[in-house]
Structure formats: structure tokens, C-alpha cells
Design a protein around this ligand. Structure first.
Ligand code: ADP
Ligand code: TYD
Length: 211
């Protein structure tokens, strides 16, 4: 990871927590400070990511073990591909904000498959690229689900109260487990959009000030 010049910031949270909204606001602030910034997401729009989108929408049926392996494969392709891969952009000095990364698989998949296996599946990705920070937008499932239902028709695979409650609990277990090794910033997602954006900027502006 030595030759990486850009900063890598990851947003995490349950579905509908407000990640996309905050990512767009953060990108604008980074660019106002004259830094290059690229937004990306997992699942990606590449072949494995597209298959995952079909699974999440219910167009393709699969089991939770295969899903966990697909998320890990999509992530490696996200990191390593030569077209617009994370390492390629970061090495060129472009900062990247990703909507979800390894902690999403730890939190969502470990609800149904053993946590140690999920960690094993992601061990190469974890070695290849570690985020400067993870920003977790904490929104309760009821609020997040209400926001989702107001915004669009149709629910994806994990967009139900039971699963999102389990996933949110997993995230908090992870934060306890990873507190000494990962830089995790937890933000109250029920505040208004601009308050949240200001709190995030207070935490990451240090990466985007010219010497
Ligand atoms: P995610 O990317 O995490 O699914 P979005 O940013 O798409 O979340 O937000 C889901 C919905 O909630 C959108 O309609 C968005 O406008 C709204 N929203 C986002 N943040 C807030 C907030 N802090 N307060 C109220 N509504 C919000
Ligand atoms: P996303 O499109 O980010 O949903 P939202 O914007 O509503 O948060 O993510 C798609 C879904 O995929 C979401 O339910 C979380 C799930 N997911 C996993 O279960 N594991 C993973 O590793 C990733 C990246 C996403």
C-alpha cells in the first residue's frame, strides 16, 4: 500500500441510512479544496457486481454462502482491476470514496454464515487496501426503511426490519472488535443532512488541506 497517494474513505451503514446523500456532499467539499475525488460503490457495476445486483433484486436465486463469496470476489475485482480499480486510482493520487467495503460483508453476511469464514474470504482484500477511515452513519431500521419506502418501489433482499436490526447489531460488535486496528467514525444519522455533513467534514478535512 506504500505507493498509494490518494485517500480512501469508506461509508458504511444499513440500507437507507443516508450514505449516498453524504458521499455526494463530501465529494463536493473535497473538490472545493482542489483535490481530485472519485465516487464508487459495492456491489460494483462490473460483472460480479451486476450478478450481485440481480441476486439482491430477486432476479437470481442463490444461497447466503455463495453471496458472501461473490461479495468478496467483487471486492477483489474492485481493488485490482486495471480499468478504474481502487489501487489504480489511489496510486494516481485520486482520492476515492466508496459506498461500502469490507465491513459491509462482515456485518451483513455474518448474520447467516460463520464470521471467521467471512473474514477468511476477505483476508486478501484487507491486506491489499485498508481505508484511511470508515464513516458509519447510524440510523435505526424503522427510520431507514421509511426513507427507502418513500424513495422507491420494491424492496431488496436485506431491506426488512429483522435483517437490518441484526446487521446494525453486527456493526456495533465489529466496532468493539476493530477499535484498535481500524479508524471508525460513527455519526448520528437522524440529525439533519447538513449537520451530518459538517460532522463528517470535521473528521476528514485533515486529509484535504494543502501543505
Ligand atoms: P443510502 O445510500 O444509505 O441508502 P440515501 O442517501 O440514498 O441512503 O438516503 C435514503 C433516503 O433518505 C433519501 O431519500 C434521502 O434523501 C433521505 N435522507 C438521507 N439523509 C437523511 C437525513 N439525515 N434526514 C432525512 N432524510 C435523509
Ligand atoms: P447498497 O446499494 O449500498 O444499498 P443501500 O444504498 O440501500 O444501502 O447495497 C446493496 C445491498 O447489498 C445492501 O442491502 C447491503 C448489501 N451488501 C452486503 O450484504 N454485503 C456486502 O459486502 C455489500 C458490499 C453489500
Amino acid at each position: 500500500m506504500d505507493d498509494v497517494k490518494g485517500h480512501f474513505i469508506v461509508f458504511e451503514g444499513i440500507d437507507g441510512s443516508g450514505k449516498t446523500t453524504q458521499i455526494n456532499l463530501l465529494k463536493r467539499r473535497i473538490e472545493e479544496n482542489n483535490f481530485l475525488c472519485h465516487i464508487t460503490q459495492e456491489p460494483t457495476g462490473r460483472p460480479v457486481g451486476s450478478l450481485l445486483r440481480d441476486c439482491l433484486a430477486g432476479r437470481v436465486k442463490t444461497d447466503e454462502f455463495t453471496l458472501a463469496a461473490l461479495f468478496a470476489a467483487d471486492r477483489l475485482d474492485h481493488i485490482l482491476n486495471d480499468d478504474d480499480g481502487l489501487l489504480k486510482q489511489l496510486k494516481e493520487g485520486i482520492s476515492v470514496i466508496s459506498d461500502r467495503y469490507i465491513l459491509s460483508t462482515y456485518a451483513y453476511q455474518s448474520v447467516r454464515v460463520p464470521f471467521n469464514w467471512v473474514m477468511d474470504l476477505n483476508s486478501m482484500a484487507a491486506r491489499k487496501l485498508k481505508p484511511d477511515c470508515h464513516i458509519f452513519i447510524d440510523t435505526k431500521p424503522d427510520t431507514a426503511l421509511m426513507r427507502i419506502s418513500e424513495g422507491r418501489k420494491g424492496k431488496e433482499l436485506f431491506e426488512n426490519k429483522k435483517r437490518l436490526t441484526e446487521v446494525r447489531d453486527r456493526y456495533f460488535e465489529l466496532f468493539r472488535l476493530l477499535k484498535d486496528t481500524e479508524n471508525i467514525i460513527i455519526v448520528d444519522g437522524t440529525k439533519n443532512i447538513h449537520e451530518i455533513s459538517d460532522i463528517i467534514w470535521e473528521n476528514v478535512s485533515k486529509y484535504f488541506t494543502s501543505a
